[in-house]
Write a protein that binds this ligand. Structure first.
Ligand code: HEM
Length: 152
């Protein structure tokens, strides 16, 4: 008899909800990351007085949502059979994001902030594509949970 704490034995609705929350966290996180270079461009153009304030606000939201993503992908890994990579990748993106935030906030050289920024944006979008948009490869998901885990 299967143990009740096995992911396969968890209520289907819970797994679906957890998967949906993880998926949307990844997507919203990536969208905010993508916004940053555009806002930075507006800031450098000097056409909007608000651009710097928005870059800073989103810059503060990003490590916050990045941390939420770590928690959610950890739960999705443990309870909804999401791949471990979604969790470990989220930790990596969060660490880079924190570095990016402080490099910007402390006025360190743009020669560091801009290349790292582009890398973080690519990493966040890659994570959203790999785990938020694409389905989990079949080989990673036991047949018993295939229909429920990480549905498209
Ligand atoms: C490709 C992406 C990015 C580009 C091109 C970019 C560009 C810039 C530029 C040009 C500045 C102004 C620096 C100065 O005035 O000396 C800046 C500041 C800043 N950036 Fe970014 N950035 C990017 C991504 C990010 C991300 C992802 C974060 C947060 C995780 C972030 C957080 C900040 C912060 C906190 C500041 C300081 C704002 C202030 O003090 O008002 N940036 N960035």
């Amino acid at each position: 008899m299967a143990a009740t704490d096995e992911p396969a034995a968890r209520p289907r609705g819970t797994r679906r909800l957890l998967g949906a929350i993880a998926r949307w966290t990844l997507i919203v996180h990536a969208a905010l990351l993508v916004a940053q270079p555009f806002i930075a461009g507006t800031m450098l153009d000097g056409r909007s007085a608000d651009a710097q304030a928005w870059h800073l606000k989103i810059g503060m939201v990003l490590p916050t949502i990045g941390f939420v993503q770590i928690v959610v992908t950890f739960l999705a890994w443990g309870l909804a059979r999401w791949p471990q990579g979604a969790f470990t990748g989220s930790i990596a993106v969060w660490v880079l994001e924190l570095a990016q935030f402080f490099i910007g906030y402390l006025g360190m050289p743009l020669a560091m902030h801009i290349p790292l920024g582009l890398f973080v944006v690519a990493a966040g979008v890659g994570m959203a594509y790999a785990y938020g948009y694409r389905a989990v490869p079949r080989a990673l998901v036991p047949a018993s949970t295939l229909a429920d885990a990480h549905p498209n």
